[in-house]
Design a protein around this ligand. Structure first.
Ligand SMILES: *Cc1c(COP(=O)(O)O)cnc(C)c1O
Length: 468
């Protein structure tokens, strides 16, 4: 091995010297001195290593500061941060599904900052039940007898099945063996819950008699799963909750309904086909209904189980309950979200999902126009207002499109994938969609308050490529 070139090592500026440079001072103002010091240390450590390995001429001090800046930008991108969703997918699973209502966010914030009466009864001074407030409001808005809240709907299914059917059989239609986002598959959740899946019917058709024929001494429950992210069309038949519940009850069995997206309100006023509502499922006789908090409910990530006390009481005592229970911030946000549903008009206005669903073409076109007007003329010349198609997404309303309006961008010299990358990597990340020969910014998932940030990001992304 050659000797380390000690003169080169000695020539590396000290952290203090680098920090004194005006560029480093500007960075410190933006990121805090401690973060900049840490980044400069990583840069000089790496340089020392390179010199020892025989590589690397010594860069100018300014270049070292620039390297540190790139590290800080990368760190920033790694952190969880708000993004502008211009994809037109309202419940985008990769972008955190439903944005919450202001009241829900504020309730989570208060719960986070303070001690709360999570498990304390302020009337008696004795231990309280963390689910009591949620239970009261869920009863009110769904008609449920009892309720449990866990971390997501997958956890809800795991708990319900483990509790009701461990070591026994659950009868499910072959047309309803759903997979959600890769890691949730009905047959696998069943296996994990220790119960045996008894498949009945065919992919496209299942009749009541198919369920009836499968019921035996080993059967613990019948289960219906909402096909929330696909459609079976053509020569099809399935059995509704009402008939299935009646059959289950004739055999003294519970009907478990995985309602998936957990709509509490009808969607037909937005031109969407009916999703099963939780209260309808209960009213039609389902004994236990599971659904997500962050899909069509428009709240925090959560799994909600509602139904008859004789089944829910067992779940509350199950060892998995402790492992899967929701925390105080989730419960606070969920309670605040559910309270909005006491007044349907208020819910439709204040829950972002419903506000986005309800905006008409005129509002969306006006928003697109505002975005264009915020752009400098050169950037505006590359953009046009076009019709587009939004969708609910997040495993809800599969295959159904919502008419929408987008700003289509075409930047002659910049390839569309480069433009999309620049937008998502910028300090205000924007997630857009490439469609045919333009980049689409769908106005249905963008808020008016985001237009300034969106215009700035777009303007920066449209700067000519270096060397072009
Ligand atoms: C979304 C969904 C799930 C999984 O819910 P998470 O809250 O994502 O865990 C399970 N079943 C159905 C039918 C769904 O639509």
């Amino acid at each position: 091995m050659s000797q380390p070139p000690s003169s080169a090592l000695r020539a590396i500026p000290s952290i203090a010297q680098l920090l004194a440079l005006p560029q480093a001072q500007a960075l410190a103002a933006c990121y805090t001195p401690a973060l900049v010091t840490g980044a400069l240390r990583r840069v000089t450590d790496a340089l020392r290593e390179d010199i020892r390995n025989g590589a690397a001429p010594l860069p100018a001090p300014q270049q070292l500061v620039e390297q540190a800046q790139r590290l800080l930008v990368q760190d920033q991108a790694l952190r969880q941060h708000p993004v502008i969703n211009a994809t037109g997918v309202l419940l985008h699973t990769n972008l955190g599904r439903a944005p919450m209502a202001g009241a829900a966010a504020e309730a989570a914030r208060q719960a986070a900052l303070h001690y709360t009466n999570l498990e304390f009864d302020c009337q008696t001074g004795s231990r309280g039940d963390r689910l009591a407030p949620i239970l009261a409001i869920l009863r009110e808005v769904t008609g449920a007898e009892d309720a449990v809240v866990v971390n997501n709907n997958a956890a809800a299914m795991l708990l319900a099945l483990s509790c009701l059917a461990q070591g026994q059989e659950v009868v499910v239609s072959r047309g309803e063996l759903v997979e959600i986002g890769g890691s949730f598959r009905v047959p696998e959740v069943m296996a994990q819950s220790g119960c045996t899946l008894r498949e009945v019917g065919a992919t496209n058709k299942t009749r009541l008699a198919d369920y009836e024929g499968a019921i035996g001494a080993q059967t613990a429950a019948l289960m219906k799963v909402h096909c929330s992210n696909y459609q079976i069309i053509g020569f099809t038949q399935d059995v509704g909750v009402e008939a299935l519940a009646a059959l289950a009850h004739r055999h003294s069995l519970p009907l478990l309904h995985d309602a998936g997206s957990g709509a509490l309100l009808a969607l037909d006023c937005y031109g969407l086909a009916a999703e099963p509502t939780v209260s309808a499922s209960l009213a039609q006789g389902a004994d236990v209904v599971c659904f997500s908090g962050d899909k069509l409910l428009g709240g925090p990530q959560a799994g909600i189980i509602v139904g008859k006390t004789r089944y829910l009481a067992q779940m509350k005592k199950h060892p998995l309950m402790r492992a899967l229970r929701a925390d105080k911030m989730t419960l606070a946000a969920l309670e605040a979200t559910l309270k909005l549903y006491r007044d349907e008009t208020l819910a439709r206005q204040s829950i972002p999902l419903y506000r986005m669903l309800g905006e008409d073409g005129a509002i969306l076109t006006r928003r697109a126009g505002s975005l264009l007007s915020l752009l400098p003329a050169a950037a505006r010349a590359m953009a046009a207002i076009v019709p587009s198609q939004a969708q609910v997404g997040g495993g809800s309303a599969p295959g159904q499109m919502l008419p929408s309006v987008a700003v289509a961008v075409r930047a002659g010299s910049i390839p569309l994938n480069v433009l999309a990358q620049r937008l998502m990597r910028g300090p205000q990340a924007v997630i857009a969609r490439i469609h045919q020969d333009s980049l689409l910014l769908d106005m249905r998932t963008v808020q008016d308050a985001q237009l300034d940030g969106l215009a700035q990001a777009l303007q920066a992304a449209l700067l000519p490529l270096e060397g072009a």
